[in-house]
Design a protein around this ligand. Structure first.
Ligand code: AMP
Length: 421
């Protein structure tokens, strides 16, 4: 039989017990983020399409090819968020956070949407853990190093060891302009060797050539000699300070002159974290500084830096290391006949009110299948209620670990269960 409805391509159902893995990840991540004094922000999963076009850049792949726009009868267009930064900057401006605090240290955890060609590690709905530190005049090499350190600390807390941190700097918008001129000059003689996409990228946004995965393009990129000549002395000095701050934190990094990141808004520090075990989609996360975006989106001048880590990629990279502790119950009530169900149901309510996790069978069945049900619930104790017990005003309690069985008076059940758990 074919299913009438199926999961949209590039999305995933996360079922129990896998959801426990996700909860554990989120819990550990929140702890690290809060240790670094970042506070959670929640914004809608869709925004005005124009916001994404303006912030990510018309020539970025995310806007050009991957934006999932919502069909609406209204004139204004909306799109599902492909990343978190644009929404957070929109919210920062709209809520005048710059007037409320000198530095807003924000984090988010949630789904993002991109109309990608689905493959391993590349989904249409995926989840990111993201951080943005935004504030007027907040640029500091220490903040750059802190944000990078935070991204690594999160991965470490989740058990990821073998990862590589790649860093680069794009400098100021003027430096970026020099960088793009330098790239065009060096690529000019090799345009015919580039893929069709990159030939048009050469004109529209030459940085995108550096992100291309095409083998021929990669070969051309390998031959480039980028250096740091495109940077002003101030930008170079800033980059050196960031590196010194990373060294002070004992963080090892690889300098990658061709790391530019896929979105338009970056300035100065950019970074990416990769895991060798992931194959072609090897980026666990990435980020960088974006000192002009707040102003470009209509806010007052504020500097910012952030990153996003992909949860699905983290889970892929953790592989076998990832084990979920299955959810357990304090007790399971077994009603052996319909006559006992009401009493069991009332007991269930009072146990739950006493903060004891418990469940029951709602229909009677053979003892064997009831015990199987209790076993599957992973309950520590099973409270058995048959007609015999009902008459005597007791429960038979079975400890599922030791197999021991005892009888407990109904009126003592709450004290007994809490005493023993
Ligand atoms: P980006 O916003 O493109 O810099 O992505 C940041 C991180 O999000 C990446 O390093 C991945 O871990 C994750 N990511 C981005 N796009 C996808 C996708 N389509 N599917 C799964 N994870 C993704």
């Amino acid at each position: 039989m074919t299913n009438k409805y199926s999961l949209p391509r590039g999305t995933a159902d996360i079922l129990p017990p896998e959801t426990i893995l996700w909860q554990n990840i989120e819990q550990k991540v929140r702890k690290v983020l809060e240790n670094y004094n970042y506070r959670e922000i929640r914004t809608p999963v869709f925004e005005e399409t124009a916001l994404f076009k303006r912030s990510l850049g018309q020539t970025s792949d995310v806007v050009n090819k991957q934006l999932l726009e919502l069909v609406s009868t209204k004139e204004e267009g909306f799109a599902l968020r492909p990343e978190g930064t644009a929404s957070i900057v929109r919210s920062y401006i709209e809520n005048s956070l710059d007037k409320k605090e000198s530095l807003s240290k924000l984090y988010y955890i949630g789904p993002m949407f991109r109309g990608e060609r689905p493959q391993k590690g590349r989904l249409r709905q995926f989840h990111q853990i993201g951080v943005e530190a935004i504030g007027p005049d907040s640029t500091s090499p220490y903040l750059d190093a802190e944000v990078i350190h935070l991204s690594l600390s999160i991965l470490k807390a989740l058990g990821l060891g073998e990862i590589t941190l790649k860093i680069n700097t794009l400098g100021t918008p003027q430096d970026k302009e020099n960088f793009s001129k330098l790239l065009r000059k060096q690529l000019e003689g090799n345009i015919s060797k580039l893929c069709e996409d990159c030939q048009s990228r050469f004109e529209r946004n030459v940085f995108r050539v550096l992100d291309c995965k095409n083998r021929d393009c990669k070969e051309v990129i390998k031959g480039l000699s980028i250096g740091t000549s495109y940077l002003s002395p101030e930008s170079l000095a800033y980059y050196n300070q960031v590196k010194a701050a990373l060294t002070a934190l004992n963080i090892s990094y690889q300098e990658c002159p061709d790391l530019v990141r896929g979105l338009d808004y970056y300035t100065h520090t950019v970074f990416e974290i990769t895991s060798a075990g992931l194959g072609s989609q090897d980026a666990l996360g990435a980020g960088g500084r974006y000192n002009n975006l707040v102003e470009e989106l209509g806010g007052s001048k504020a500097d910012a830096i952030g990153f996003a880590l992909g949860i699905e990629r983290i889970i892929l990279a953790l592989g076998e290391k990832l084990t979920a502790e299955l959810q357990t119950l304090d007790c399971f009530l077994l009603s052996l006949s319909d006559k006992c169900t009401l009493k069991a149901f009332e007991t269930l309510k009072s146990l739950r009110e006493a903060n004891i996790s418990c469940d029951m069978n709602y229909r009677s069945a053979s003892m064997k299948s009831l015990m199987r049900l209790a076993d599957k619930s992973r309950a520590e104790k099973v409270l058995i209620l048959g007609e015999d017990e009902l008459q005597k005003g007791i429960f038979t309690v079975k400890n599922m670990k030791t197999g021991e069985q005892s009888e407990i008076k109904m009126e003592n059940i709450y004290q007994e269960i809490t005493k023993r758990i």
